[in-house]
Structures are given as C-alpha cells and as structure tokens.
Design a protein. Structure first.
Lengths: 210, 210, 210
C-alpha cells in the first residue's frame, strides 16, 4: 500500500491494537478461542476489506500482504494470554486504536485517489476504512453498531478526510499532506473522549439544533 | 447506467425516497445524525452495492456517480428536518419507494444481461438490487429482515423479472421492455399493500398449500 | 471450478444439504417461503460468495454456474415439503453437510492457489468457503454465529487446510492431494460431534490451557 517504513510499522501496530480491542469484545461475550480470533480479525481489517471489495480490480489487501494476518494473530493471542491485565493497558490501547483510525482514514483516501475517484467518494472510502471494522464487529456479536449511537468516531474520520483535501487544494505535499490529517484525527478523537463530546440529540426539540 | 433522462430522475427520486425510509427507521431507533445518514445510505444503495460487488470488473456504482450520494444526503437531511411531518408524506414516500423497487429491479436485470449472465442469474441480480438495501438496513438495526417475514416485497421483484424475460422472448424492445415490468411491479406492489396480500403460512397444516 | 464429475455431484449434493439445513433454521424461525429460500441460499453459497468477492477478477461462482441455484431451490422445496419428516433424515443430512464442509474447504484452497496466494491466505479462503455460509445464515436470523461459540467447525476446516499443504509439500499429487484432506475433515468433524469435543474454556482459569 505504501513503501514508507513508518507507515508500515504504524500499520502493523494499529492492526494489532484493533485486533486486541476486537478480541476483548469477543471475550466479554465468552466466545471460544476461534471466535475471539475471528472478531479480532474482522475488527482489524474489516474496514479495509469493505473498501477493497467496493473497488474493482483490487484484491483484498490482507490476502496479498500476510504480515497483517500475523499482526492480528499476535494481537489476539496477546489479548487471550493477558486477558486479566488488559485493563492496565487500556490507555495505551486506546492510543494505538486512535493512531489506527487516523492512519486507516488517510490510507483509504489515498487508495480512492489512486483509483481516480471524486473527493466525495474518497472521503467515504477513508471513513469506511477507519470505521467499518467496528461496524462488522458489532454485527457479528449481534449488537447495534456503537458508532450509530454513542460516539462521533466516524465524524472524526470524515473531518480528517476534509482536512486532507483542503491541504491538498492548498498545495501541501507529502509527507505533511498525510501527517497533518492523521495528527488532527488523533487529537480530535482524544478530545472527544476526554471531554465527552457527542452530537446534540435530534430527538429532544429543546436541544435539537440540526 | 443509462443515458435516459427520465430514468436518471426516477433514479434520483427513488434513491432519495429509499434514503428517507431508511432514515425514518434509524430515527425510530434513536440513532445519532451520523447513524441516520448511514442507514439512509445503506437502504438506498445497499442492493445495488451487493449487485456490483458480486460481479467482476465492476466498481460500485455510487463511487463513480456521486449524484446518488447527494440524493441520499438530501433525503436524509430532509427526513431529519421534517421528522414530525413525515407521516403526512407517508403515502407519497411509499409511492416513490415502489417506483424505486420497479426501477432498481429492471436496472439489476439489465446489468446482468450486459454481463452475459443467464436469465436465472439476471432475475436474482434484479431482486438483490431491489430488495437488499432493506435487508442490510434491518441487519444494521439488529432486526430480522422484514422481507423474510411479513411482506412479499421480493416476490414482486422476482415476478417483475420474469415478465421482463417473457416480454423479451416475445420480441418486445426498448423502451416498452423496461416500462411494462416497472409498471407491473408498481401496480402489484401497491395491490399487495392495499389488499394485505401475504404468503399462505407453511406452518399451519390446514392452510399450507406449498 | 473443476471438471471432475464426482466433485461436481458431491458439490450438487453438498449444496442441497447445506440449503436444507439453512431452510430448517429458517422454518424454526417461522420465515415465509421466500425467507426460507433466501436462508437456504445464503447457507449453501454464502461461504463461496464471500471468497469470490474477496478475490479480484472473479465473478461469484453461482452467477455463472446456475446448477448450484437449482440445487438450492430443490433442497429448499424438499425441506418445506418434508418439514415434518426431516428429523428422520437428520443423520444423512449431517453427513452431507460434513462432506460439503470437506469439499468446500479444499475447493477454497485450490482457488486461492490458482490466484497465486500464500499458504496462509489459501487456508483462510478454504475456511471461509467452508464456514461462512453458516455465519451469514446466523447473522440473517439475528443470532450470534454458532461457530464462534459452540462447535469447532472452523477448526476442522483449518486443520484440513494445513494437511493439504503438508501433503503438497510431501509431493503428493491429484487426486489424493484433494481426497485425503476431504476424508480427514469428514472423519474429524464426525468425531467432534460423536465425542462432543470442544475447546477448553479460556474463561475458567482452572481449565484454561491456551
């Protein structure tokens, strides 16, 4: 996907972090080890898989780049072994999950551009890459996807995509073009969690704004 | 997909109607604005997306034709703004949703033919195009898809597909070849709703016929 | 997919058996006849469909080989007609379902090899081909997929895939290369059911091994 060695390592770590977060969800549901692995897998690469499936002439990335599969297996086994100690790691995990969100969003955008798609389509692909792993995870564990209800996870991804295009229009080039949106997604997402930012409800007329 | 300007506009309106119906479902479940948009999106283009994904050498249509995305955003924002007044519009919406069903079915059939598939495969693609947006919507809101239980929505689509092939065999050509099945799907679907037609149950031996 | 006439017939019978098992699940949920057909369809070809969708330049197999569709329709109609007598047939059905698992796994592996993928990716494709029909069935009937919780269905498939590669490395060629893993999957799966083998729980520290 990219030859940049930093992006490669962030990708590997982000994938493992997503896999660990998926595995933790599955263990809370008392899945068997195979189920834990599948949920880890789907959480980690589900978004990129949906993106690749929507595009023509593209094989799903993890079929051709097995190091993602090994990251996932490592993350899932780690989660099963250190099940009781993961609470202590939850802040580091959240950080990696957030780095993963920023990175995945920008990777999705770039793949859209490489396929000659419009800005709108690229932003959708970036958002899918960043968020749909979690959507598929929630479908598999038979829950309504959390991003439809509680958190503005996907919005962070959309805003990151918009910033990418604004920077591009402003003539900013690699590597800042990728780095700035990734960092902004990370900062914004951490702020959302820290200050418990959420959408105004559209269901209570007094509060509704949109 | 087609250069016909009428089909273009029916497509745009049908897409917006599907998006509104999806958005209404999501608002009943108290989704946040982003969730409402996603459910509107999936309801409107989910069927065509599944169709395009099943075929090789085909990019998903809305990635390359962004006007569908704008229709969906417009329909969803409309649904959120006029949430309290949509009951008054429910008959118009049902009509557009039904036009969408007819149109989507025939578009799916034609795309199957353009890909050199058998009649059986084309009818399946037409049915998927017409019905699977609703199936994906129901999966995302964590319900058993309504078309498996209550309504003969998909059957209407299958019958429309069969009529298309009968007309084709009889030598009927454009534009009647498309128009007649679309109109018959619309009439049949409205009759199903008006007269509450449903399948005989196969679970009560006295009534079961099939 | 293959010119071998035995494999063709096992494929047809395996497909029908999977369709019958899917139809029985749908009838337990009181789906209407169309819903029963769809669940039969998804159970029978869902795994192969996911496999084909993940690969590039591949049309979904049943779009181009309509005999699978006829097998499914026949199996589903059979299940609806003999609904009350299927309990008597449950052992034969289980056998065909198991043959289907072995066969589908090896077909998935071979398709992966034909697409030049790594051993890891081929084993994943084999497992998806064998197991994901049941996963999609469970998602559609709104249950947590059974393979994540109770049975080591997918593990049987993974082990069969590993054996295939061991035999290949050992220089074994057609038709033994296919036949041995298929037979081992069948024997292992029947043993799992007969002796109620399951994963050790990872949730009770005393029993946990992995």
């Amino acid at each position: 996907m990219t030859s940049n060695i930093y992006i490669f390592w962030f990708g590997v770590i982000g994938t493992a972090a997503f896999a660990i977060s998926g595995a933790m969800t599955a263990m809370r549901k008392k899945f068997d080890p195979f189920g834990v692995l599948i949920i880890g897998f789907v959480t980690a690469v589900g978004g990129g898989t949906v993106r690749d499936v929507l595009l023509k002439d593209v094989s799903v990335f993890w079929l051709e780049e097995p190091h993602f599969v090994y990251s996932i297996i490592a993350g899932t086994v780690f989660a099963m072994l250190f099940r009781k100690n993961l609470d202590m790691l939850s802040k580091s995990l959240l950080l990696f999950d957030t780095i993963g969100l920023g990175l995945y969003t920008v990777i999705g955008l770039e793949i859209g551009l490489n396929n000659g798609l419009s800005g709108m389509s690229c932003i959708i692909l970036g958002t899918i890459t960043g968020s749909f792993g979690g959507v598929l995870r929630d479908i598999l564990v038979n829950e309504i996807p959390v991003i439809f209800r509680k958190e503005i996870y996907a919005t962070v991804s959309i805003i990151g995509g918009l910033i990418y295009f604004i920077l591009k229009t402003a003539g900013i080039t690699d590597p800042l073009l990728q780095l700035i949106p990734i960092l902004l997604i990370i900062v914004f997402r951490l702020a959302v969690i820290r200050f418990k930012i959420s959408y105004p409800s559209i269901y209570n007329p007094k509060k509704a704004r949109k």
